[in-house]
Design a binder for this molecule. Sequence first.
Ligand SMILES: Nc1ncnc2c1ncn2[C@@H]1O[C@H](COP(=O)(O)OP(=O)(O)O)[C@@H](O)[C@H]1O
Ligand SMILES: [Mg+2]
Length: 304
Amino acid sequence: MAAPVLETENLVKIYGRGETRFDALKGINLEIGKGESVAVVGKSGSGKSTLMHLLALLDGPTHGVVALEGRPTGDLSAKELNELRNSAFGFVFQQFFLTPNQSVLENVTLPLKIAGVPAAERKRRGLEVLEQLEMADKADNKATDLSGGQKQRVVIARALINDPSVIFADEPTGNLDSATSNVVEDILFGLNRDKGITLVVVTHDEDLARRCSRQVYLVDGQIVPSLEKAPGDAAPREEDRHPWAQQPSDATGPVRVAGPATGEVITLSQADAAAIARAAQEPARPGRHAAPAPSTPDQPGATA
Ligand SMILES: Nc1ncnc2c1ncn2[C@@H]1O[C@H](COP(=O)(O)OP(=O)(O)O)[C@@H](O)[C@H]1O
Ligand SMILES: [Mg+2]
């Protein structure tokens, strides 16, 4: 395997304590090589999202280590974690991720805006990634006026604006018809192939899982060699197809937010809402492959 971009050592995640204690991850040892595409597969509740949040440094383990580029992350401050996540990762969640009344360009460049990147450079970099996804002609459209597949391309464009080395995707094709799913998959695997971006994908879609270079199977918080298929396992449960319909188990309760296109109110777990908010709001850094940014004075408001 190529040098690991992400490694875990005996990763344990325990939620709650006493009677409500739940051991979501029970000692995960995993290496993800640079340029790999890894599908994380398993039944609802098996710990997929928990593992992804730990790998993406959105949450910390109870025990164990996550190392990024060979460097353990456990001792890093929140600010250092934010910076690391920002420079290294992109996130593709389901379509509730877009702000409906903002333009496509504004949605894509939001992370740069929060970082204090000047408007002209935001526009230049935003159009550059939209160009890559053949969406530049939609830059001024409202996010509402897009098809499901187009919205997901915008989400991918936003994930790319930081020029990440790893893209994390949680059910990236969960709400798309099969033709559109194929387009979105082709884009993700094209980025993997052409730019060497590592993909970590949580999915119930067996075809998508098979397209990945490796599958990691989770059962009750542990990695197993393969999934023994029990009768009835083939069809995803309703809450897996529509994660926002899931009753969050978090002690702190659900978060209700307006949905993307329709403005309908949807319910997210605290963890998912926090992850999305962080992914959307953290300041971006200039991309490694992007043209050098014109030098600008430090932005006083651009603290991490
Ligand atoms: N914040 C939390 N507090 C308590 N339990 C949680 C929390 N987040 C997840 N869990 C529990 O941990 C288990 C694994 O959750 P998750 O990683 O979301 O599974 P998956 O993504 O495979 O469906 C589930 O039983 C879930 O209820
Ligand atoms: Mg999940």
